[in-house]
Design a protein around this ligand. Structure first.
Ligand code: FAD
Ligand code: SF4
Length: 501
């Protein structure tokens, strides 16, 4: 391997992979924005790492990935070992490499942020795993001994997939149920392809199936099969149900034509963009599943070409909507957010990309009403200032009297976020919920991590913590699997049987 240059962090500037040219994006290219490093670029960028004695990057990552170690392996060109090490802590590394808000997590904590520019950790992670998988490397489960135990995983989002991966590595048969026809949850049906190409999910499915994970897709638990039936057939159950109840803000006029909820907009658009991609995974295009929490999944998508689009909300979902609207040919795209830029929940990198693509941000504006007669024609907004912090420490946006204006709009997309929508059948199994519908578990420090009120049911991801991140869902799925494995290693206790009856 090439000798490490200890001054590489200084001699070699931080660099990201090339991006799709702006004009192509504005002309409707849905490909992943960032390309992939070649071998030399990956080696140069990975070689900038200082191998800190106390790696802040790894501490900040919810999965505590062995970042400096796999950066060094990548620098040395030892890709298979690097990919193996990535998988030690992270069941979905090529996905996290693409969609994690690294600027808030590992890269945001990198020592080199003191003027030199953080190591491009996410892009190297993507390079390592993509290359290893493309060259035929697969997790080696040759030494795993089957336990004969079986676990039902409900939900094929990152939480469920991470859980299934760790169960397979522990010799437990994981069978994953999802109401959708393809795996990934929001990775497949939510996050647009310019952040995550759907062929990545196809590859991950192949990897998991190679590890012995089975998928039962198009099956909704509670409707097509009951939790009781799963508990009878399996030794334990993991719930990674996600968080899909749409927050609409209760704005007057939201029933007007041209007002769209964010997720059905993204899902439906994604289906159109990826029709070919879904056909690749053996799914008939257009054949699909269930509405999301009362919103018809197959909404009629208006033609955005030449239209004035306003997106309400400043999180990841809002950023995906504005950037989708650009690619769909909108004449103008505005993002309305009630706090300032520093307080936006979305990743700063995504905001910068959106701005470059022509999105205009209206910070410190609170929408009050959607205006129009039959069809939406505008949004009444009021200017805000940041007031006192709320109970969670976030400063509230307070309206400035007399500052109301109307923003012209032909299409308004509401992206205020999501709340858990726990199904009724949870309560009948003694699975407790918080006041806002999150599943209560023993948490990561529990004797059996992420165990619910039912001793054989575990849960994790957005259904437990509320709408959050891919990496936190992956962490909870991984940890829940360790809890399940410990439970299954215990002799059956009479008390457990009694609890279930
Ligand atoms: P989900 O991904 O929601 O998966 C849950 C799965 O459970 C779904 O497939 C659902 O069909 C299935 N399911 C639910 N109930 C049942 C049932 N009864 N029977 C069978 N199946 C069921 N995070 C990031 O880190 N980076 C990003 O860039 C990012 N962008 C985002 C963009 C959008 C538009 C959205 C909405 C979210 C984004 N997030 C992002 C958040 C991230 O996607 C979620 O935090 C993460 O997917 C949660 O994982 P999960 O496994 O808990 O749930
Ligand atoms: Fe390397 Fe930055 Fe992590 Fe230090 S904080 S080990 S420089 S990636």
């Amino acid at each position: 391997s090439p000798r490490k240059d200890v001054f590489q962090f200084r001699n070699q500037p931080r660099g990201m992979p090339v991006r799709i040219p702006l004009q192509l994006r504005q002309d409707g290219d849905w490909g992943e924005l960032y390309g992939r490093f070649d071998e030399a670029e990956a080696c140069h960028q990975a070689g900038r790492c200082l191998d800190c004695g106390n790696p802040y990057c790894a501490w900040k990552c919810p999965l505590h990935n062995y970042i400096p170690q796999w950066l060094e392996l990548a620098r040395e060109g030892r890709i298979v070992e690097a990919a193996e090490l990535c998988h030690e802590t992270n069941p979905l590394p090529e996905i996290c490499g693409r969609v994690c808000p690294q600027d808030r997590l590992c890269e945001g904590s990198c020592t080199l942020n003191d003027g030199f520019g953080a190591v491009t950790i996410g892009a190297v992670e993507k390079y390592i795993v993509d290359r290893a998988l493309a060259e035929g490397w697969r997790p080696n489960l040759g030494k795993v001994r089957a336990t004969g135990k079986r676990v039902a995983v409900v939900g094929a989002g990152p939480a469920g997939l991470a859980c299934a991966d760790r169960l397979a590595r522990a010799g437990v048969q994981a069978v994953v149920f999802d109401r959708y026809e393809a795996i990934g949850g929001l990775l497949q049906f939510g996050i647009p392809s310019f952040k995550l190409d759907k062929s990545i999910m196809t590859m991950r499915r192949e990897v998991l199936e190679g590890m012995g994970v089975q998928f039962r897709l198009g099956v909704e638990v509670g409707r097509d099969v009951t939790l009781d039936a799963l508990l009878a057939q399996f030794d334990a159950v993991f719930l990674g149900l996600g968080s899909y109840r749409y927050t609409d803000g209760g704005l007057p006029g939201q029933e007007l034509d041209g007002v769209l909820p964010a997720l059905p907009f993204l899902v439906q658009n994604g289906r159109i963009v990826h029709r070919a991609g879904l056909a690749d995974v053996g799914v008939e295009p257009g054949v699909h599943s269930r509405p999301i929490a009362g919103w018809e999944d197959h909404i009629a998508l208006p033609d955005l070409r030449g239209r004035r689009v306003v997106v309400l909300g400043g999180g990841d979902t809002g950023m995906d909507c504005v950037r989708s609207a650009v690619r769909l040919g909108a004449a103008s795209v505005h993002c309305v957010y009630r706090r300032d830029e520093a307080n936006m929940p979305g990743s700063a990198r995504e905001v910068a990309n959106a701005r470059e693509e022509g999105v205009q941000f209206l910070f410190n504006r609170q929408p009050l009403a959607l205006l129009g007669d039959g069809a939406v024609r505008g949004v009444r907004v009021v200017e805000t200032v940041l007031g006192e912090p709320d109970a969670g420490g976030r400063r509230n946006a307070e309206a400035i009297a007399g500052s109301e204006t109307v923003l012209d709009a032909d299409v308004v997309i509401i992206a205020f976020g999501f709340q858990p929508d726990p199904p009724d059948w949870l309560a009948t199994h003694g699975i407790a919920l918080t006041g806002n519908g999150r599943i209560v578990t023993s948490g990561e420090h529990g004797a059996l991590p992420f165990q619910t009120g039912h001793p054989r049911v575990f849960a994790g991801g957005d259904a437990v913590r509320g709408a959050d991140l891919v990496v936190t869902a992956t962490f909870e799925g991984r940890e829940a699997a360790s809890g399940i494995v410990r439970l299954l290693a215990q002799p059956v206790r009479v008390a457990d049987i009694a609890l279930e009856t």
